[in-house]
Design a protein around this ligand. Structure first.
Ligand SMILES: [Ca+2]
Length: 132
């Protein structure tokens, strides 16, 4: 599915995240950009809990789209990506996009797991801000 399809003015638009829903007052969108490097190479699964929508990209490829509210983090209410190969010797570009819509609450949590890494929040020493 093309990124953001079905959402008029959604995050495929050139002005994202500015004003994605111009007629709603309690909305906002956020992009977090950085890089991730796991301690062990292998196939990873990403997990996301969000209110209301999220998209996760690794090395420029969309790996997870959460199209609607999942419930709070810690409640078992995560959506999972497919398998994503990560190399422990390489900083992979990583981007999370989030939208909150008309309902007041919001939350976002992103985790990962692999055969050698129990599901966890991505550790701070495996993440850095992108330099460009
Ligand atoms: Ca919300």
């Amino acid at each position: 599915m093309p990124f953001g399809s079905g959402y008029a003015g959604g995050p495929t638009g050139p002005n994202y995240p500015a004003n994605p829903f111009p007629n709603a007052s309690q909305t906002f969108s956020v992009i977090w950009r950085g890089q991730i490097k796991p301690k062990y190479s292998g196939a990873y699964t990403f997990y996301c809990s969000v209110d209301d929508r999220a998209w996760i990209f690794v090395d420029g490829q969309q790996v997870l789209h959460v199209p609607s509210w999942t419930g709070p983090a810690g409640n078992g209410a995560y959506r999972a990506s497919g398998s994503v190969n990560l190399n422990a010797d390489y900083w992979h570009d990583f981007e999370v996009r989030m939208q909150n819509t008309v309902h007041g609450g919001d939350h976002l949590r992103v985790q990962w797991a692999s055969n050698q890494t129990p599901r966890e929040d991505i550790p701070g020493d495996c993440f850095r801000l992108r330099e460009n």
